[in-house]
Ligand binder design. Structure first.
Ligand code: NAD
Length: 432
């Protein structure tokens, strides 16, 4: 019985190798073993502190009511209040949200932010909702959460299927439930619109943070972004900013895929035109600046960087066999299955891990929360400079740990985070 299995046995669970939550905790506990992190901390981190499930009705435009299931999982708050995205998607379920909440704990610790990890979600497809239905659903979810969210306790942010408008509705609902909250209440969510307490640079933050990491790590592989060819799966918030910002640095985007199809242009796809097209049409299919290709053709296309920026576990063994790249840069959370990870590594593909690469989002969310608390607005150059500094420091910590432990970057990133959490637990002790 390995360490993860024995931790789960102690918690009364049977290890299930096909479950994403077990994979996530497995990665965390394998890193913990490398650092000889005490068993008591491993047990604490193997389960979230709180798992909230709510059911709430929403009136649809046709007058009928539908019942929805909403989640908020608060994994750990030893470093500070809970922080993590809110997802509206059909694939949302409890273990999925638990995994994403645990990852948020690691990300905040890796960046040394004074925040803990959480995640929320509602199982639904926002693409099939009118704006009014979406607003009513968002407000009911917020009221169902009650005081389980708040600017000093747990602050959601945008994720798959949610955006700044949804964050504004959450803040407005939270404040309306108790008008005394109106001054500090705006900090209940981040990723808000600029005109209502949002931060400059939040929309592009995840993509921007990834670019800072890639710029630091590529020279280690004797590579640079100049003329570097890359392909992307997912052209939503994260993917479209990664595309635009990498091209601004001289890289060339030659293939893109999403839920509507796959397109390719050997001479380079214009990332700005594609972003405008996707905003209007909802997906990359039919974009005139590139040719339609099959999924197989997309994955077999030779590139220097392959960047998954869509949903979790999309890169399985079948796709890993086809992928033809030097470096796989994880923009989405947990985009690669453990088996695909092994296969890619055996093919000599270096993986830049998501907990580092996409931590720019939570970092600028932290900046937004700080600005709200201080009633300040920072200029974009200030945000970018602070983001670059924190991303570079975290990248160096990961590089150093990987050299010290002679391990891959993913294990090193988890080790850096766990070391920090362990130090704080040692100092704080376990209550009472
Ligand atoms: P989004 O909803 O804006 O975009 C999701 C993208 O995935 C879309 O382009 C969609 O077409 C694509 N997609 C969905 N199903 C697909 C399928 N079956 N095949 C191919 N493509 C598919 O979401 P986002 O905010 O860009 O988030 C993407 C990933 O990045 C998620 O893993 C999210 O948790 C992670 N992330 C997001 C942020 C953030 O700030 N938004 C921060 C950190 C991590």
């Amino acid at each position: 019985m390995n360490n993860t299995e024995s931790v789960f046995k102690e918690l009364g669970f049977t290890y299930n190798k096909d479950n994403l939550y077990f994979h996530t905790i497995d990665t965390m506990l394998n890193a913990a073993e490398k650092l000889s992190i005490p068993k008591r901390l491993q047990l604490i981190l193997a389960q979230p502190k709180n798992e909230l499930i709510v059911h709430f009705p929403v009136r649809m435009d046709d007058g009928n009511f539908k019942l929805f299931k909403g989640y908020r999982v608060q994994h750990n708050n030893v470093l500070g209040p809970y922080k993590g995205g809110l997802r509206f998607d059909n694939t949302v379920h409890l273990d999925h949200i638990k995994s994403l909440a645990a990852i948020m704990t690691i990300k905040c610790a890796l960046l040394e932010l004074p925040l803990g990890g959480a995640k929320g979600g509602v199982q639904m497809d926002p693409r099939t909702f009118s704006a009014d239905e979406l607003m009513r659903l968002t407000r009911r979810y917020t009221s169902a959460m009650g005081n389980n969210i708040g600017p000093d306790y747990d602050m959601p942010a945008p994720d798959v299927g949610t955006n700044s408008q949804i964050m504004a509705w959450i803040a407005d609902t939270y404040i309306n439930l108790d008008n005394r909250k109106s001054v500090g209440g705006i900090g209940v969510v981040t990723g808000k619109p600029l005109c209502y307490g949002g931060s400059h640079g939040r929309e592009k933050a995840t993509g921007q943070g990834l670019v800072y990491v890639v710029e630091e790590l590529l020279p280690e592989k004797s590579m640079s972004l100049e003329n570097c060819r890359f392909s992307l799966v997912g052209y939503g918030n994260v993917g479209s900013w990664v595309g635009r910002l990498l091209c601004e640095k001289g890289a060339c985007m030659i293939a893109v895929g999403d839920h509507t199809g796959f397109v390719k242009n050997e001479h380079g796809i214009n990332p700005f035109e594609l972003a405008r097209y996707v905003e209007q049409q909802g997906g990359v299919a039919g974009f005139s600046g590139a040719d339609k290709i099959s999924e197989e053709h997309f994955y077999k296309t030779e590139v220097e960087l392959f960047i998954p920026a869509a949903l979790e576990q999309m890169i399985d063994v079948k796709k890993a066999k086809m992928i033809n790249c030097k470096v796989l840069v994880e923009a989405a959370n947990m985009p690669v299955t453990p088996e695909a990870d092994q296969l890619l590594t055996s093919k000599g593909v270096e993986i830049f891990p998501a907990v580092l690469c996409n931590a720019g989002g939570v970092t600028v969310s932290y900046f937004e929360w700080k600005q709200n608390r201080q009633a300040e607005t920072w200029e974009l150059d200030v945000v970018d400079k602070k983001l670059k500094r924190l991303m570079n420091k975290a990248t160096h910590r990961v590089k150093r740990m990987s050299q010290e432990l002679k391990c891959d970057l993913r294990t090193a990133a988890y080790c850096v985070a766990l070391k920090h959490i362990d130090e704080v637990y040692e100092i704080r002790g376990i209550f009472p």
